[in-house]
Design a protein around this ligand. Structure first.
Ligand SMILES: Cc1cc2nc3c(=O)[nH]c(=O)nc-3n(C[C@H](O)[C@H](O)[C@H](O)COP(=O)(O)OP(=O)(O)OC[C@H]3O[C@@H](n4cnc5c(N)ncnc54)[C@H](O)[C@@H]3O)c2cc1C
Length: 412
């Protein structure tokens, strides 16, 4: 192919890193609804103010080289027959010769009544901003003389799902709220619950790291409710069921972290899929019946990856390198490669003072793990330039949380 049109859909871990690694294989275009990449593993630190927006959500214009054209807009349709993609900006149709599908997933509310309407999500910068505002607004409503039991009721927050995301988020929220209580001299304690259908927290992780998570949840005073199913979410709380007994809980906010599902954009594609609706790809990342379409990240099932890697940034990031190599090979007519993807280790943030890291079979926690996590994640950020800027900022300016100040004093 002389100058093939390569269209990359999505600017997350899969799409952006593919674009960064593609050399001059053709006319490369990246389409994303956002103007920035998001390093999701640190969205919790953004909520707490330990990191700033520019650290974890750099603009594409600062990351992409001149060989990649950026179109910011929402993709509304992928037409495999005419080889075009429609974007909502001026309803333009973008033709492609090679397509890279990396649009990621969306929150799965698993059909729970009211969940989509009333709970907050936690996937984007705007979600974290909204949650922080809700926490501040709830604090601002508490008069200093309010009795502790009333404060406890008014300052109840529920996080649904005790996977890594739910545990990272709930410990972060609890630590922030406890700190705000001290600063504002409020009586009593805030209440943060994490609600999980399964029998234990972080079900996808090993026992070694679970010990640190259990310990952190205890230290941050997060109430853990396992074997508990959320039945509905309303404007002022949620109802949950534990062993057949239902209880309604009044909350200041419900945050839903309980799972990921496919977007309608992927659901509408008539190609081979798994029973969960994910795109089946060959070991080269090509779709089963389309040599010129590659899929990676959360939308794809890769045959040769450790099962624990499914739906992780780690996998999307590693696949991007293979996708870029194979797109280049496809263009030049050389042989496409395959790769086995291994787990690179776990690093989870637990409250504002701790973290847990699992690397080479060994787990460690505490303040040291928190530092190690920052160091590790500096190395995973996109582009050398951005890594250097962020690394210097964390080293010289520190990574302390930003207290939840009264509304007029909050930044942003
Ligand atoms: C809060 C949070 C924390 C996480 N922490 C970790 C972690 O610690 N470790 C880990 O390994 N994984 C983590 N993950 C999972 C990880 O983020 C995903 O597995 C990873 O981002 C998948 O990469 P992707 O490229 O497939 O999709 P994404 O990174 O989700 O990127 C998809 C991109 O496509 C764009 N897009 C989607 N639809 C459209 C459309 N119609 N039009 C235009 N653009 C569109 C989106 O805006 C987005 O930029 C976390 C996820 C979240 C939400």
């Amino acid at each position: 192919m002389a100058q093939p049109r390569i269209l990359i859909l999505g600017g997350g871990f899969g799409g952006l890193f593919t674009a960064l690694e593609l050399d001059s294989a053709g006319e490369i275009t990246l389409v994303s609804e956002e103007d920035h990449f998001l390093f999701t593993p640190m969205l919790y630190e953004y909520l707490s103010g330990e990191v700033e927006e520019w650290h974890i959500a750099p603009k594409f214009s600062e990351l992409l080289e001149a060989n990649v054209r950026l179109i910011q807009g929402r993709i509304t349709e992928i037409d495999l027959a005419s080889r075009t993609v429609t974007v909502d900006v001026n309803n333009q149709k973008l033709p492609y010769d090679i397509l890279v599908l990396a649009v990621g997933g969306i929150t799965n509310f698993v059909g729970v009544e009211g969940a989509e309407q009333f709970s907050l999500q936690f996937r984007k910068i705007a979600d974290a901003d909204l949650l922080r505002q809700r926490m501040v607004a709830a604090l601002d409503r508490i008069p200093p003389e309010m009795p502790p039991q009333d404060v406890h009721r008014e300052m109840t927050f529920a996080v649904v799902g005790a996977g890594a995301s739910g545990c990272e988020l709930s410990t972060k929220m609890a630590d922030l709220l406890v700190d705000a209580f001290k600063r504002r001299a409020l009586k009593g304690e805030p209440r943060v619950l994490v609600i999980e259908m399964g029998a234990r927290v972080v079900p996808g992780m090993g026992d070694q790291i679970r010990e640190f998570v259990d310990d952190a949840l205890r230290k941050s005073h997060v109430e853990v409710h396992t074997e508990t199913r959320v039945v509905n979410v309303t404007s002022d709380g949620l109802t949950f069921d534990h062993q057949g007994k239902q209880e309604h809980l009044k909350t200041a906010a419900v945050v839903w972290t309980g799972g990921v599902k496919m977007r309608p954009l992927i659901e509408n594609l008539q190609v081979e899929k798994s029973n969960r609706g994910l795109l089946l790809v060959r070991p080269t990342l090509q779709l089963m019946s389309h040599d010129n379409i590659f899929a990676l990240g959360d939308v794809a099932v890769y045959p040769d990856a450790s099962p624990t890697l499914a739906g992780t940034a780690q996998l999307a990031f590693q696949q991007a390198s293979l996708a870029a190599k194979n797109v280049n090979a496809f263009v030049s007519g050389s042989g496409l490669q395959t790769k086995h993807f291994e787990e690179l280790g776990e690093a989870i943030s637990l409250g504002t003072e701790r973290a847990a890291v699992l690397t080479q079979g060994k787990a460690f926690g505490g303040a040291l793990a928190r530092q190690a996590r920052f160091a590790l994640y500096t190395s995973r950020l996109p582009t050398w330039h951005h890594r250097l800027k962020v690394g210097a900022s964390w080293f010289f300016e520190g990574t302390q949380p930003r207290p939840l100040l009264p509304l007029g004093f909050e930044r942003k």
